[in-house]
Design a protein around this ligand. Structure first.
Ligand SMILES: [Zn+2]
Length: 208
């Protein structure tokens, strides 16, 4: 059993389970963009008869199938749809899972320390967003997800984990520094062993 002892984030997820936050934003966004019928079709293909409750743990296989179904159904719009969904998911974590007191503490500490703390908390709660993938922090600005379950059912010639990249970017922007940017530089969907996410500050901000 992994620890959730930092008090910052999320609920505990058992092995093979992920946060419903990686499903719920798509339920709303696909409805907005394509309509209920098209939304329900891809959800049904992934085994969802309805949107899961926000606090639920969801089998990672169903989450991965849902993401792959969206990729297959709307390949051109995929980056934009998943970027938008990732930001909604991160905002839900920030507002629902991080206490006001914790946010205030993070705001008032030097941002490199805040970045380290948020990364550490993410690692301790990695099942929520990486499932059975192995989440590793190489430096404060470089995260890896080995055997990323959300990428394994997708085949692409370029990094494709727009949901997770947007999730990291928005979470770090809201909790640490508004100028953070996150870019995926290698991806399991493109044949790499791990998805690699590079977190940097915008060019006119202080360097990491
Ligand atoms: Zn990836």
């Amino acid at each position: 059993m992994t620890s959730t002892s930092t008090g910052l984030f999320w609920t505990h997820h058992s092995a093979g389970m992920m946060s419903a936050a990686f499903v719920l934003p798509l339920h709303q966004i696909l409805d907005d963009v394509f309509g209920t019928g098209a939304r329900d079709k891809v959800f049904a293909e992934a085994g969802f008869s309805a949107a899961p409750p926000a606090d639920d743990s969801v089998p990672e296989g169903k989450v991965a199938r849902l993401h792959a179904s969206v990729h297959d159904a709307w390949p051109v719009l995929w980056p934009e749809l998943m970027d938008r969904a990732g930001r909604v998911a991160a905002e839900a974590v920030v507002t629902d899972r991080v206490s006001a007191r914790a946010r205030l503490l993070l705001e008032n500490m030097p941002w490199p320390v805040a970045a380290w703390l948020v990364g550490r908390s993410a690692r301790q709660n990695a099942r929520a967003f990486a499932g059975s993938g192995v989440f590793s922090i190489q430096t404060t600005g470089r995260f890896l997800v080995f055997k990323n379950p959300l990428a394994m059912q997708i085949r692409s010639d370029q990094p494709s984990c727009h949901f997770q990249a947007a999730f990291f970017e928005h979470m770090f922007q809201r909790l640490v520094h508004r100028d953070f940017e996150c870019r995926e530089t290698q991806c399991c969907a493109a044949g790499a062993d791990a998805c690699v996410f590079a977190l940097t500050l915008a060019p006119d901000a202080d360097p990491i």
